[in-house]
Design a protein around this ligand. Structure first.
Ligand code: IPE
Ligand code: IPE
Ligand code: MG
Length: 259
């Protein structure tokens, strides 16, 4: 990798073979970045310090995903349920997103990364909404990796919004309810232009989805890492990719090897 760890440059050399470079690199990796609070607590620090270090881990994960040739990376950064945290923590997380866009957007753009934001824009401060819109608009034409940031995201909320749209289409006579197909639901979700995740990683040892990509995860492989998110480095990422490469996906059919 040619990136400079001191400057956090996202520029990287073409994919090399090695760890995480087994036969099968997932096209889309989705990550539940969990454990920031516990990381901080273990060091006697406030939870917000965990989130600050978590942002550094995110920068590293984006670099590593590019280096490994992954096409789509989704990161769960704020759930629709995270509003129930203490107001000081919520406002810190809002500020962190703002700083991420302000500091990193031009570098993401230079690295040819397309940024997409999924989740509800309702209830967000106009300033934050503006930054999210700007991130997508600036990078829309980029052809490298797609970085999907799930912010103010909850899968049930996403599905309800999609259902509302489909119900309106039926009421307006644009959609025949008897003809409703899976593809109509897929197309009404925030992820309409994004392939389903192949691999979902959750850090910090928790083994649940916490309202993340419920529809899209239908055939995803799951990998639960004990590593707390701020410590999730290239080696931990490669361990997840190696585990994925060793899995056999059958999609309801029989084994390709006849077993
Ligand atoms: C994940 O870390 C970051 C967000 C949910 C924003 P947590 O803040 O959930 O950390 P733990 O789970 O309390 O350790
Ligand atoms: C899921 O983590 C949300 C994000 C990582 C942004 P949480 O820490 O909020 O999930 P629960 O509460 O442990 O299920
Ligand atoms: Mg958590």
């Amino acid at each position: 990798m040619t990136s400079d760890p001191d400057t956090g440059s996202l520029q990287s050399a073409p994919a090399k073979r090695g760890a995480g470079q087994g036969g099968c690199v997932p096209r889309h990796v989705a990550i539940i970045m969990d454990g920031n609070g516990r990381w901080a607590k273990a060091r006697g620090l406030p939870r917000t310090e965990g989130h600050r270090h978590g942002l550094e881990a995110l920068r590293g994960a984006i670099r590593h995903a590019r280096e490994r040739g992954i096409g789509y990376v989704t990161v769960y950064s704020f759930s629709s349920e995270n509003w129930s945290r203490p107001p000081t923590e919520v406002s810190f997380l809002m500020g962190l997103l703002r700083r991420f866009v302000q500091r990193d957007l031009s570098e993401l753009h230079q690295a040819n990364i397309r940024v997409r934001i999924i989740g509800s824009r309702e209830g967000l401060e106009p300033g934050i909404r503006g930054l999210l819109d700007e991130s997508e608009a600036l990078t829309r034409g980029n052809t490298g990796m797609t970085l999907i940031v799930a912010f103010n995201y909850g899968a049930r909320d996403e599905i309800v919004r999609a259902m509302r749209q489909l119900a309106q289409d039926v009421a307006a006579g644009r959609l025949d309810p008897d003809a409703l197909a899976e593809g109509d639901v897929t197309a009404a979700l925030d992820t309409s232009d994004i392939p389903d995740p192949d691999l979902i990683i959750r850090t910090s040892g928790e083994q649940r989805l916490s309202n993340f990509l419920l529809w899209q995860a239908a055939y995803a492989e799951f990998y639960f890492s004990p590593v707390l998110w701020p410590d999730f480095d290239a080696a931990a990422f490669d361990a997840a990719l190696d585990a994925f490469a060793a899995r056999e996906r059958r999609f309801g059919a029989v084994s390709a090897t006849g077993g």
